[in-house]
Design a protein around this ligand. Structure first.
Ligand code: ADP
Length: 306
C-alpha cells in the first residue's frame, strides 16, 4: 500500500452559520488534501505529520483524523502548546477571507519532535508533501533540520511535492519567502502552485512564467492552478492546458486548491495519466466549493464526484 505524508498544520475551523452562531470543525491546507486523497483513494495511506496539544480539543482533532482514516502515526503531542484556530468570512460571491490565531500553535514546533539522529529514516513511504504554510510558520531554529530531512528523503527516493500556498501575512519579507520557495522547488519532483501566488510574490503574469521558473529549478511535473480559468501542466517538457468547467453554485472556495492537490496526487500515485488526474482533481475541487468550510460532508462529497 502506497503512503503519502502531509507535513504541516491542522487548526480548529470556525465558520459563521447564522447571527452570532459558529460551526466548529478542523482544517488546514495539508490536512484538507490528506482527507480528500483518502476519500477518493481509500487504498492509499494518507498520513499527517504535525504537532497538537494534550488538551481535550486536541483529542477531538485526533479523533477527527481517525474518523477520516488518516494515519496518526506521525502526530506528536506538544507538552505545553495547543492547536491554532481560524475563522472563515465569506463575501456574496463565495470568495473567502480568514482571521487566524496560530502564532503560538503546537504545529510550529513539529520539527522539534523529529530527533536530529532520526531525520534520515523518520519518514517511510512514497511521497512527502508540504506547502508554503508550514514553511512560513516553522521556527527559525528548525529550518536547517527541515531542509536536511527533505534532502534525505529525496536521496532515499521519496517523491517530494510542494504547493507554495503563499500567505503574505505569515512571512517576515517577500525576499525571504522567495528564497525559501526557490529552495523548496529545487528539491521538489512535483509542484502544485496557484497562479495567483506567483503573481503576487514573483510578479509573474502567466502560467507559462510559473512553469518556466519551476522547470528552471528542476521540477519534473508542474501543475499550475488558475481557479475556474484553467489548469496548465508541464511534465517532461510537455505543456498541456486543461479546461475547467466553471461551477455555477459557488458557496465557499475554501480548500479548492487543497482538494485538487490531494486528489491529483492520489490519482497520480494510482497510475492515472496527467489529464485524467487533473480531470478527477478538478471535479473534486468543483464539488468542495459547493459546500461551506474546508471539509465537505463525506457522503454528499462522494455523491457529487460519483
Ligand atoms: P486555491 O483554492 O488554492 O486558490 P484555485 O482557486 O486555483 O486554488 O482553485 C483550485 C482548483 O479548484 C482549480 O484548479 C479548479 O479545478 C477548482 N475551482 C476553483 N474555482 C472554481 C470554479 N469557480 N469552478 C470550477 N472549479 C473551480
Amino acid at each position: 500500500m502506497k503512503t503519502i505524508h502531509f507535513f504541516g498544520e491542522c487548526m480548529m475551523e470556525l465558520k459563521p452559520t447564522s447571527d452570532n452562531m459558529m460551526a466548529q470543525s478542523f482544517a488546514g491546507d495539508i490536512y484538507n488534501a490528506a482527507v480528500y486523497l483518502k476519500r477518493c483513494f481509500p487504498k492509499l495511506t494518507s498520513s499527517v505529520i504535525t504537532a497538537i496539544g494534550q488538551d481535550s480539543i486536541s483529542d477531538k482533532m485526533l479523533a477527527h483524523f481517525e474518523t477520516e482514516q488518516i494515519s496518526t502515526e506521525c502526530v506528536f503531542r506538544h507538552p505545553d502548546k495547543t492547536i491554532g484556530i481560524y475563522l472563515i468570512e465569506t463575501d456574496d460571491t463565495g470568495e473567502r477571507s480568514f482571521v487566524y490565531w496560530r502564532s503560538d500553535s503546537a504545529a510550529r514546533d513539529t520539527m522539534r519532535f523529529i530527533p536530529e539522529a532520526k531525520l534520515a529514516q523518520f519518514v517511510s513511504g512514497d511521497v512527502f508533501f508540504f506547502s508554503g504554510i508550514p514553511l512560513a510558520i516553522m521556527h527559525a531554529e528548525h529550518r536547517n533540520a527541515f531542509w536536511s530531512m527533505l534532502e534525505n528523503l529525496k536521496a532515499r527516493g521519496l517523491t517530494i511535492v510542494f504547493d507554495p500556498n503563499y500567505r503574505a501575512a505569515l512571512w517576515q519579507s517577500q525576499q525571504f519567502a522567495i528564497a525559501e520557495f526557490d529552495k523548496a522547488l529545487s528539491l521538489s519532483d512535483i509542484a502544485l502552485p496557484g497562479l495567483e501566488d506567483f503573481e503576487v510574490l514573483y510578479q509573474f503574469s502567466s502560467t507559462n512564467d510559473v512553469v518556466r521558473h519551476c522547470q528552471h529549478l528542476g521540477v519534473n511535473e508542474v501543475v499550475v492552478k488558475n481557479g475556474p480559468a484553467s489548469v496548465v501542466t508541464c511534465s517532461q517538457g510537455e505543456i498541456q492546458a486543461h479546461i475547467i468547467e466553471p461551477v455555477k453554485n459557488v458557496v465557499d472556495t475554501t480548500s479548492a486548491g487543497d482538494a485538487f492537490n490531494g486528489v491529483f496526487l492520489g490519482a497520480r500515485l494510482s497510475g492515472y495519466s496527467i489529464s485524467d488526474a487533473v480531470r478527477y482533481a478538478a471535479k473534486a475541487a468543483g464539488a468542495v466549493i459547493q459546500f461551506p468550510g474546508a471539509i465537505a460532508p463525506k457522503n454528499e462529497f462522494l455523491k457529487a464526484i460519483a
